[in-house]
Design a protein around this ligand. Structure first.
Ligand code: 8Y7
Length: 259
């Protein structure tokens, strides 16, 4: 899964044309590099990021989804927590809902059930603005697992099958580096549920904490954790660097297929 952030660039003159064109080119590059899914997001969920209005989020992501659906043969995921964005995105061609808030926003659960597209439920402790302020857990693996299975149960009651509900422990969302490492080490707890497991570790700050590297220098560390995630049962990797990630997926697969 290649990450496509659709947030206005500093060169755009108030309109969204440059942003859209750049987003489409980036999507084309990731598709060519071998991505199976493009995850389109219009609201930054990074710690401390400003919230985006519904209108603004729709204006950012919907034209991009329409353009990708029209021009590229690839699955499109919509990264949103808002019910109205989910609805418009699926209408425009998205076939996966990626919600870092696990359908807790008003109407989100009901809307996802109506739309009946696969959903990725991600665990987040607290709110983006404050989630990194001393997060605490009783037992992180169990707490995250219990939360995700409760949310999954809601979708199952709405007629979803286990395979249509992806689980994601939400690396970096209200977690210390120690919490993240513990979740990665015990990721098999999530794959053992029979739900597909999706992870987002690409360039995250825990990798900066471990290696001392800036964002732009975190590819080797990102590949190392991607490999470990595959080994522990993850089947969808949400990444910035599609081509290098696909290489490590191929190496991992070749090793798995060897007796
Ligand atoms: C994740 C995510 C982000 C993640 C899923 C970033 C939207 C922060 N991280 N969605 N989104 N899982 N499912 O660094 O880990 O990419 S945004």
């Amino acid at each position: 899964m290649g990450i496509l952030n659709v947030t206005p660039d500093s060169f755009s003159d108030g309109g969204h044309f440059n942003t859209r064109e750049r987003a489409l080119r980036h999507a084309e590059q990731m598709a060519k590099a071998g991505a199976d899914i493009i995850d389109v997001g219009g609201e930054s969920t990074r710690p401390g990021a400003a919230k985006v209005s519904l209108q603004e989020e729709l204006e950012r992501v919907i034209p991009v989804i329409e353009a990708i659906a029209e021009r590229i043969n690839i699955a499109i995921s919509i990264d949103t927590s808002k019910a109205a964005v989910m609805r418009a995105a699926v209408q425009a061609g998205a076939s996966l809902i990626n919600d870092v808030n696990a359908l807790r926003a008003p109407e989100a659960l009901k809307t996802a059930i109506e739309l009946h597209q696969p959903v990725c439920l991600m665990h987040m402790h607290g709110e983006p603005g404050t989630m990194q302020n001393n997060p605490q857990y009783e037992d992180i693996v169990n707490d995250v697992r219990t939360f995700l299975l409760e949310r999954a149960g809601q979708l199952r009651q709405g007629g979803f099958s286990t395979r249509q509900i992806l689980l994601d422990p939400g690396f970096g969302f209200g977690k210390t580096t120690a919490h993240n490492l513990h979740l990665l080490r015990h990721l098999a707890t999530f794959s053992r549920t029979s739900h597909p497991v999706l992870v987002g570790l690409s360039r995250k700050s825990m990798l900066g904490a471990i290696t001392g590297r800036q964002l732009s220098e975190r590819l080797p560390a990102s590949l190392a954790v991607a490999y470990q995630a595959l080994q522990n049962g993850a089947r969808i990797l949400r990444v910035h660097d599609v081509a290098p990630t696909l290489d490590i997926v191929k190496v991992w697969q070749a090793i798995q297929e060897t007796p």
